[in-house]
Ligand binder design. Structure first.
Ligand code: UDP
Ligand code: MN
Length: 204
């Protein structure tokens, strides 16, 4: 029996070409590594801004129902690992797998990065309460996950640069989303101009 029982969780919407290339490449790759694995494609159906992190949480919950995976890999659909020694299993510490991507000239963009592809033991993922559900649109959720995983002094790890190599399938760059005035939703329940102050009662 394989020592790795792994769920690959892929957040997805509207990238059919990438999905085709990804599964065609990954099955032979993962089979060479003799893993016991399953690939989950978690697809967002609505037209709200894409929520990568929430899809990861959904993937975890649904995978857990299907089998007792001990290792979870949260993985973009457009990342292709090029070194077969990049084992799709979990290590003692949560592992940032995609440290050296072609579009970043195979360099780590910044030290605290924990996006792209991450391998984490089930109990560690549960311990940090998974990802935040509240990041709609591009960006932020991966840095939030870094903070969750490393708070209380916990470590992450990376394999060396020759092993952690990926190519990213080409796509146009999404605009970073910033949460704020442009995404504010609220209902004023009551507005009263009182003598000493104006009272705004609000459902947020
Ligand atoms: N994604 C998707 N459809 C989208 C946006 C994102 O399927 O419209 C998924 C896909 O798995 C993708 C990942 O979310 O690889 C991260 O998005 P993106 O590749 O745009 O981020 P970047 O490479 O710019 O960090
Ligand atoms: Mn990408």
């Amino acid at each position: 029996m394989s020592q790795h029982h792994v769920a690959l969780i892929i957040p997805y919407r509207d990238r059919l070409k990438h999905l085709r290339d990804f599964v065609a490449y990954m099955h032979p790759f993962l089979q060479l590594q003799k893993l016991d694995y399953r690939i989950f494609i978690i697809e967002q159906t609505n037209r709200r801004p894409f929520n990568r992190a929430k899809l990861f949480n959904v993937g975890f919950k649904e995978a857990e129902k299907i089998s007792d995976f001990h290792c979870y890999i949260f993985h973009d659909v457009d990342l292709i690992p090029t070194n077969v020694n990049n084992i799709y299993g979990c290590t003692q510490f949560p592992r940032h797998m995609s440290a050296n991507i072609d579009i970043f000239e195979y360099k780590l963009p910044y030290a605290d990065i924990l996006g792209g592809a991450v391998a984490i033991l089930k109990e560690q993922f549960v311990e940090v309460n998974g990802f935040s559900n509240s990041f709609f649109g591009w960006g932020g959720e991966d840095d939030d996950f870094f903070n969750r995983v490393t708070k209380n002094g916990s470590k992450i790890c990376r394999f060396g640069p020759s092993v952690s190599k990926y190519i990213m399938l080409s796509h146009k760059k999404e605009k970073p989303s910033t949460d704020g005035l442009n995404s504010l939703k609220y209902t004023v329940v009551q507005l009263e101009m009182l003598p000493l102050y104006t009272r705004v009662l609000v459902d947020i």
